[in-house]
Design a protein around this ligand. Structure first.
Ligand SMILES: Nc1ncnc2c1ncn2[C@@H]1O[C@H](COP(=O)(O)OP(=O)(O)OP(=O)(O)O)[C@@H](O)[C@H]1O
Ligand SMILES: [Mg+2]
Length: 232
């Protein structure tokens, strides 16, 4: 469903060009539970931003359900993003002045649903992630793990086909990290949501069905150490 073919990405900084991705091949299939590991600065978030259509590659092609993303204009990109992709960020990115319920309902603002319906759906999803008793709490009244669950609920509110999670457990203690990971695995298994997780944590990666690693701007399968098997 998401197909990266020979993806390259470089950043221009004054006279210098920083080459980050050097030809990434990756086929994310519907129903995958996939982890991406790699050292800090290796390009994981860069890759995630390309997968999530938040930034464009400088070389190679990206096919989304068979369609070349470079042929989509900004409006098509944001429509697709809003309909199909849920993002979970390491730093939660919740709005401090909104309650858990209204944070989770946020992506639905662009769906043309009225407030009541948005809040009803967001409430259902917060219940699913075990937050039914915290709907009216603001982020500073929630623990780290609870904030991350609200962030996951927000990612799920629009019923996306794919959830892209950048270090979803990075800010959590190991016990809470395990809960969040169990939740993502459950959503993948029971609801068929495709989940891509960037992580530093081998324990998180271990729970994923497919494991990859970024090395020297290339993606390699981690399962058996054999290179190239992560791509087509
Ligand atoms: N806008 C930018 N301009 C120039 N260089 C950038 C830019 N964004 C990222 N980089 C560089 O690209 C490289 C990859 O960054 P990226 O954020 O993808 O790393 P990462 O693997 O997510 O790291 P971390 O694990 O620390 O989050 C880094 O060396 C970074 O300095
Ligand atoms: Mg990063």
């Amino acid at each position: 469903m998401l197909q990266l073919v020979d993806i390259r990405k470089s950043y221009r900084l004054g006279p210098d060009e920083v080459q980050v991705l050097n030809g990434i091949h990756l086929d994310v299939e519907a129903g995958d539970l996939l982890s991406i590991m790699g050292p800090s600065g290796s390009g994981k978030s860069t890759l995630m931003n390309i997968l999530g259509l938040l930034s464009r590659q400088t070389g190679g092609s990206y096919l989304v359900n068979g369609r070349d993303a470079s042929t989509m204009d900004d409006r098509e990109l944001s429509t697709f993003r809003n309909a199909s992709i849920g993002f979970v960020f390491q730093s939660f990115n919740l709005l401090g002045h909104l309650t858990a319920l209204d944070n989770a309902a946020l992506p639905l603002v662009y769906r043309g649903l009225d407030r009541r319906e948005r809040r009803r759906r967001a409430g259902d999803i917060l219940e699913k992630v075990g937050m039914a008793d915290r709907l009216d709490h603001k982020p500073n009244q929630l623990s780290g793990g609870q904030k991350q669950r609200v962030a996951i609920a927000r990612a799920l509110a629009g019923a996306p086909a794919v959830v892209l999670a950048d270090e979803p457990t990075g800010a959590l203690d190991s016990h809470t990290a395990e809960d969040v990971m169990r939740l993502l695995a459950h959503l993948n298994r029971e609801e068929g949501i495709t989940v891509v997780i960037i992580t530093h944590d081998p324990e998180v990666s271990r729970q994923c069905r497919r494991r990859t690693r970024i090395r020297d701007g290339l993606l390699v399968a981690d399962d058996d150490g054999a290179p190239g098997t992560a791509g087509p």
